[in-house]
Write a protein that binds this ligand. Structure first.
Ligand code: PRP
Ligand code: MN
Ligand code: MG
Length: 181
């Protein structure tokens, strides 16, 4: 395996910034759902790091469930085609659902998931995303909690991949064009 440092251009969010922001968001989310049962729904695979850290910043416990959808394949462009690869384990009727995502890029993935979950008669559906690219939006997704708005550049790390690589980076960084062009 070769070093990944040479593939990165610059760090957009450091490990400290990510953890500090997730701690703030966890506090806000906890207050928002005071007294209610909250179900965290993660979107595989990108959201694994956000889910793990966000959940550990919550002042109390909340169950998690996972969905896997396909939209990107191994490339860098969104196709807009969404297919369920793995559905939720449990019924969400009457539940307060918080979708946990790593990034909203074009918005196509989350827009589709949100509509799909809303059709299952939950009590509510909200969205938390660590990253959002406002300049890349093709559809608006109602997003209550956003960690960081970032420029429209290809980023990897902290769950975000390029061709399944780089997910394990503790920070979010831009990927050098020589890697994907
Ligand atoms: C990435 C990312 C989001 C989605 C955002 O997932 O994790 O889920 O794309 O893009 P969009 O807003 O343009 O739809 P990807 O499909 O690459 O799968 P992964 O999470 O397994 O990497
Ligand atoms: Mn994803
Ligand atoms: Mg991906």
């Amino acid at each position: 395996a070769k070093s990944i440092e040479a593939d990165l251009v610059r760090v957009l969010c450091t490990e400290e910034q990510i953890q500090e922001r997730l701690a703030e968001l966890a506090q806000e989310v906890w207050e928002h759902y005071e007294g209610e049962d909250l179900l965290l729904v993660g979107v595989l695979k990108g959201a694994v790091m956000v889910m793990a850290d966000f959940m550990r910043h919550l002042p109390g416990s909340a169950p998690m469930d996972w969905m896997a959808v396909s939209s990107y394949g191994s490339g860098t462009k969104s196709s807009g085609v969404v297919r369920i690869l793995k559905d939720l384990d449990a019924d969400i009727t009457g539940k307060h659902v918080l979708i946990v995502e790593d990034i909203i890029d074009s918005g196509l993935t989350l827009s589709w998931i949100r509509t799909n979950l809303l059709s299952r008669s939950p009590a509510s559906v909200e969205v938390l995303t660590l990253l959002r690219k406002p300049d890349a939006a093709k559809v608006e997704v109602e997003t209550r909690w956003v960690g960081f708005d970032i420029p429209n550049e290809f980023v990897v790390g902290y769950g975000l991949d390029y061709a399944e690589g780089y997910r394990g980076l503790r920070e979010v960084a831009t990927l050098a064009p020589h890697v994907y062009s």
